[in-house]
Design a protein around this ligand. Structure first.
Ligand SMILES: NC(=O)C1=CN([C@@H]2O[C@H](COP(=O)(O)OP(=O)(O)OC[C@H]3O[C@@H](n4cnc5c(N)ncnc54)[C@H](O)[C@@H]3O)[C@@H](O)[C@H]2O)C=CC1
Ligand SMILES: O=C([O-])CC(=O)C(=O)O
Length: 359
């Protein structure tokens, strides 16, 4: 008997294990017999530290689960103003490598952010039918501003993925906050437009009768209505479209978000496909940080490819975040007309974000 107990470690280790079982929440500030410092370390498993802000929401929960399954993640911090204990407890039972810790409320924001390599922000309210993304500005602008102030203070070098809408304004707000704090590095701030690419690949594959996994459509501009500009002429594999097909596909891609908002009939906007897209994008950022070559995705970034200060286009991701922002490439007349419409709306949305942050 004694031998068996000894095999299981000394008394302190046994108590620690029992206590861990009694208190699995891994919540910041939870007191129990077990201090986290007493846990047996996981041997410094390689990987990145990722924080999700808004982790208990419609996007946040599936996003947190998918990031818990990501082998590139060693530590996953889940922050929200509500419900993080339950989400953290639940996810902490998954037998994947990432260690999950939960953080609840503004007092715990700094601890949630300290030491992070990548911060993903899906915090904020979603649309209801009849609303535009810009209608979310009044609530979400302040949320993103406060969270970015925390990032500037606690992990100024982290890569930041902004999901909260309206992305066309929240990314400029984040940039202004970082500029004000003296921490702005345009290579590390990315508005997540991956869902537009995911939708474009899916809808184009439907029309062409292809497997969506074989299709790659660049989507440039921004992330709202006409600012979402799919470049069907640059699709891989190369394919041609009739003008009716191009008009149908462009409209469906631009209105994909509204399609989901209407189908959910008041219960929110895209969450599951967004979580999938966010993880696809976050994984690319982590691959870049790891030093993988040729990691290229579309994102809404600080840019000189047009006269606007921000624009979504293809970027190459690397150890410093964005290593290269690609020019838009050749466009047909339909796309050039779309580009002019996109730029007009984008300019106003960017300006709205910049002046909000200046207040
Ligand atoms: N970039 C994109 O492609 C997409 C963006 N979105 C946007 O993502 C945002 C989130 O959408 P859902 O997850 O569906 O909303 P949700 O309402 O289900 O979840 C939002 C979460 O944010 C939390 N939250 C609110 N204020 C916070 C704060 N100050 N700090 C931390 N967390 C806070 C809430 O407690 C909630 O858990 C919305 O703004 C939505 O428009 C949605 C789909 C696609
Ligand atoms: O449409 C919305 O409000 C959410 C969103 O950004 C999207 O699904 O693309």
């Amino acid at each position: 008997m004694e031998q068996q107990l000894n095999r299981g470690g000394d008394a302190n280790q046994r108590i620690a294990r029992i206590s861990a079982h009694l208190n699995p929440n891994q919540m910041e500030g939870n007191s129990s017999l077990l201090e986290r410092a007493n846990c047996r370390a996981k041997g410094g498993s390689p990987g990145f530290k990722v924080a999700i802000l808004g982790a208990a929401g419609g996007i946040g929960q599936p996003l947190s689960m998918l990031m818990k399954m990501n082998p590139l993640v060693s530590v996953l911090h889940l922050y929200d103003v509500a419900n993080t204990p339950g989400v953290t407890s639940d996810l902490s039972h998954m037998d994947t490598g990432a260690v999950v810790r939960g953080f609840l409320g503004p007092q715990q924001l700094e601890n949630a952010l300290t030491g992070m390599d990548l911060v993903i922000i899906p915090a904020g309210v979603p649309r209801k039918p009849g609303m535009t993304r810009d209608d979310l500005f009044n609530i979400n602008a302040g949320i993103v501003k406060t969270l970015c102030e925390g990032i500037a203070k606690c992990c100024p070098k982290a890569i930041v993925n902004v999901i909260s809408n309206p992305v066309n304004s929240t990314v400029p707000i984040a940039a202004e906050v970082f500029k004000k704090a003296g921490t702005y590095d345009p290579r590390t701030l990315l508005g997540v437009t991956m869902l537009d690419v995911v939708r474009a690949n899916t809808f184009v594959a439907e029309v062409l009768g292809l497997d969506p996994r074989e299709v790659d459509v660049p989507v440039v501009g921004g992330h709202a209505g006409v600012t979402i500009l799919p470049l069907l002429s640059q699709i891989k594999p190369p394919c041609s479209f009739t003008s009716e097909e191009a008009a149908y596909l462009t409209s469906r891609i631009q209105n994909g978000g509204t399609e989901v908002v209407e189908a959910k009939a008041g219960a929110g906007s895209a969450t599951l496909s967004m979580a999938y897209a966010a993880v696809k994008f976050a994984d690319a950022c982590l691959q870049g940080l790891r030093g993988d070559a040729n990691v290229i995705r579309c994102a809404f970034v600080d840019s000189v490819v047009t006269e606007l200060p921000f624009f979504a286009s293809k970027v190459r991701l690397g150890r410093n975040g964005i290593e290269e922002v690609y020019a838009l490439g050749p466009m047909n007349e339909f796309e050039r007309t779309g580009l002019e419409m996109a730029k007009k709306e984008l300019a106003a949305s960017i300006e709205k974000g910049v002046s909000f942050a200046a207040k």
